[in-house]
Ligand binder design. Structure first.
Ligand SMILES: [Zn+2]
Length: 175
C-alpha cells in the first residue's frame, strides 16, 4: 500500500462510520508502522459522548493498546482531515514521525467547525487564555510530585515503568 492507499482507507473508514448514523463524524485515521496498520479509528464523539473522541485520538489509543506502549516513534499517521490542536497534542506526545492529512482545517471551517480560536488560545500562557485559571494549593500539588519522584527512586518496579514511558514527548527534550 502507498500513501494514497492509506489515506483512501482512512476516508473510507470515516464514510462507512458516518453512514451508519450512530454518531460518528466523518473523520477517519490510521497509524502505520513499517507498512503495517497498527491502529485505526474514526471520530466517535456522538456515539461515545466523549468530546475527545476525534479520529486521531481514537486511532492513537488503538495503536498504543495494540503495541503496548505510549511511544509511537517510527509511526506515521494518516488522517482524513488536518489535525486540530487537541489531536496535534496527542501526536506530539506520542512522538509520531509524520502526519499525512486529507481535508484542511480551512475546509472544516467551511462546514461549521473552526479550530483556529482553540489553536490561538492554548498557545498562550495559562493566565492569558480565555478560560480563567487560578492556582490553588500550589505547594501541596508540587509536594505530591516530589513525593512521587522519591517513591520512584526507591521502587524498582516504578522505575522500570517510568523508563518504559520516558520517551513521551521526546521532542521537548531533543529540540
Ligand atoms: Zn482533533
Amino acid at each position: 500500500m502507498d500513501k494514497k492507499d492509506y489515506m483512501q482507507r482512512a476516508i473510507d473508514l470515516a464514510r462507512t462510520k458516518m453512514l451508519e448514523g450512530r454518531g460518528h463524524w466523518p473523520y477517519g485515521c490510521l497509524i502505520v508502522r513499517d507498512g503495517e496498520i497498527v491502529g485505526e479509528g474514526c471520530n466517535d464523539m456522538g456515539f461515545s459522548l466523549d468530546p475527545t473522541g476525534h479520529g486521531e485520538i481514537v486511532a492513537i489509543r488503538d495503536a498504543c493498546r495494540r503495541l503496548g506502549t505510549m511511544d509511537l516513534t517510527g509511526c506515521e499517521l494518516y488522517t482524513s482531515c488536518e489535525p486540530c490542536s487537541l489531536c496535534s497534542s496527542a501526536i506530539w506526545l506520542t512522538n509520531i514521525a509524520k502526519v499525512y492529512y486529507g481535508a484542511s482545517l480551512k475546509d472544516c471551517r467551511g462546514h461549521g467547525s473552526d479550530f483556529d480560536p482553540l489553536r490561538h488560545d492554548v498557545g498562550k500562557p495559562i493566565h492569558e487564555r480565555s478560560i480563567p485559571a487560578e492556582r490553588v494549593l500550589g505547594e501541596e500539588g508540587s509536594a505530591l510530585l516530589a513525593e512521587w519522584a522519591a517513591l520512584i527512586q526507591k521502587t524498582p518496579a516504578m522505575q522500570e515503568e517510568r523508563s518504559r514511558h520516558a520517551p513521551i514527548g521526546e521532542r521537548s527534550r531533543s529540540e
